[in-house]
Ligand binder design. Structure first.
Ligand SMILES: [Zn+2]
Length: 230
């Protein structure tokens, strides 16, 4: 694991670096890759103490190893309130996605088993020294984690810092066929841009320390209902 900020470490959950990320925040594991990620995550965590596992959202490439990790480490499972039903019944994950062959393919190859949720995360809750922010759109319950003291933001899939199909680096909105409500997600993007973070950590793509680039990108995202392209 690589340390990125005070008490924040990055984990690769997939063989291609930064393609599917998880983070250790204090002693809380944020996200858990795909159902094939268990060994890689446990190996990366190594001697670090883990007290809980939290999600940014219940999608197959974030909850895949959640059941295995919580069971093996004996830690509670913390999930954003509006994604709890999907975490406890992963058949809902596919049902809630747009009807698209790639969404169905990801759901089939990556989705992990159900696991009972111990804590429902809501706006303003504290997780590993970070505040929970409601940032819905990419999933109904999607949350981000924000630490104002040093302006570190973990934003899951509100934005990607790479193309998730080609691997080409760069800021972009998540694929519409993996995002049930792109307009709501755009409102979440604008909210996060206004925070002016100093370090942005993504579900997909490398960490970003160029604040201006991030803020400008977020400000340029069209208002919901606008005809302009992103
Ligand atoms: Zn994702």
């Amino acid at each position: 694991m690589k340390q990125l900020a005070d008490g924040v470490w990055h984990l690769n959950t997939f063989p291609i670096p930064h393609s599917i990320n998880a983070y250790l925040v204090g002693s809380v594991l944020v996200d858990a890759g795909t159902r094939h990620s268990t060994k890689r995550i446990l190996r990366a965590l190594d001697a670090h103490q883990v007290s809980a596992h939290a999600l940014t959202h219940a999608h197959p490439d974030h909850q895949g190893a959640s059941h295995a990790v919580c069971t093996r480490l004996g830690v509670p499972y913390w999930v954003p309130e509006a994604d709890v039903a999907a975490a406890e019944d992963p058949s809902l994950i596919g049902d809630r996605q747009p009807s698209h062959p790639i969404a169905r393919f990801y759901a089939r190859i990556f989705t992990g088993p159900a696991h009972p949720v111990d804590r429902r995360l809501r706006e303003g809750d504290e997780v590993g020294g970070f505040a929970v922010l409601d940032t819905p759109g990419h999933s109904a319950g999607h949350v981000s984690y924000w630490r104002e003291t040093d302006r570190v933001l973990i934003l899951g899939d509100v934005l990607n810092n790479m193309d998730v199909l080609t691997g080409i680096p760069g800021l972009r909105e998540p694929k519409p066929y993996l995002t049930p409500d792109p307009d709501r997600n755009r409102a979440s993007i604008r909210r996060l841009g206004e925070l002016e973070p100093r370090l942005v950590l993504f579900g997909h793509g490398a960490p970003l320390r160029e604040t201006k680039k991030f803020v400008d990108f977020c400000a340029r995202v069209p208002e919901p209902g606008s005809a302009a392209g992103g």
